[in-house]
Design a protein around this ligand. Structure first.
Ligand code: PGA
Length: 248
């Protein structure tokens, strides 16, 4: 982690939450001063308004690629903004697989999020067969290029990236700190072909089975600027420990 990039630890609750968890998380986090990093919670939509005077940031887990209108069941960026979100996760692998979100659709959602005044947390990452097949960098470059083509490189200055290898998500099999660093470095080099400044300034989170026990090693890598935390963000004590591991 480089001190010039402020760390960010984000909890992705996925489709897990309760009013009790909201209360516990607020209490646990407010008892501890976490001043040197950004802390973000992304609960399911209905729980956003249950956060009351939350000292940290809120985000959605998804948004519609459309503006407000006749799109039953969808949620717009403007709605998230009105409910107090500053961020929104875009392109999570579960949405790519469960909802057939293509690279192009993800790119349009990144654009929509920015138009609504939200910071997209743009997720990308490879399945195991791609890694084992040896064309990891080409695969990741396509995911990145879809977004670069849609919004332009300068927009990356107002985005957060999250590298989430699919084989590490929810499996307990985290990428090693070296594997994470190698990809994060590649991503920065890829962006640097367009803009050195943007490549150096953008925060790149690692996600995939981050726990209190392995967070510090991952966050110690020079190109890892924090984490996107699934399972371990459902325990306020574990999530706090992970935040502390990123609090320089
Ligand atoms: P995990 O999920 O921490 O449970 O592996 C991470 C994510 O999907 O964002």
């Amino acid at each position: 982690m480089q001190t010039s990039r402020r760390p960010l630890v984000a909890g992705n609750w996925k489709m897990n939450a309760s009013l009790q968890l909201v209360e516990e998380m607020q209490q646990t986090l407010s008892a501890e001063p976490l001043e040197n990093l950004d802390v973000l919670i992304c609960p399911p939509f209905p729980y956003l308004s249950a956060f009351d005077n939350f000292a940290y940031k809120l985000g959605g887990q998804n948004l519609s690629e459309n503006t407000n209108g006749a799109h039953t069941g969808e949620v717009s960026g403007e709605m998230l903004k009105e409910l107090g979100c500053d961020f929104v996760i875009v392109g999570h692998s579960e949405r790519r697989s469960d909802n057939s979100e293509s690279d192009e659709m993800v790119a349009r959602k990144v654009k929509r999020a920015m138009e609504a005044g939200l910071v997209p947390v743009f997720c990308f990452g490879e399945p195991l067969e791609v890694r084992e097949g040896g064309n990891l960098n080409d695969f990741l470059a396509l995911q990145l290029d879809a977004v670069i083509n849609e919004v332009g490189i300068s927009a990356f200055a107002d985005m957060v990236l999250a590298y989430e290898p699919i084989w590490a998500i929810g499996t307990g099999k985290t990428a090693s700190p070296e594997q994470a660093q190698e990809v994060h470095k590649f991503v920065r080099e890829h962006l640097a072909k367009h803009s050195q400044d943007v490549a150096q300034g953008v925060r790149i989170l690692y996600g995939g089975s981050v726990k209190a026990e392995n967070a510090a090693e991952l966050f110690a890598q020079p190109d890892v600027d924090g984490g996107l935390i699934g399972g371990a963000s459902l325990s306020s004590a574990d999530f706090l420990s992970i935040c502390q591991a990123a609090n320089p």
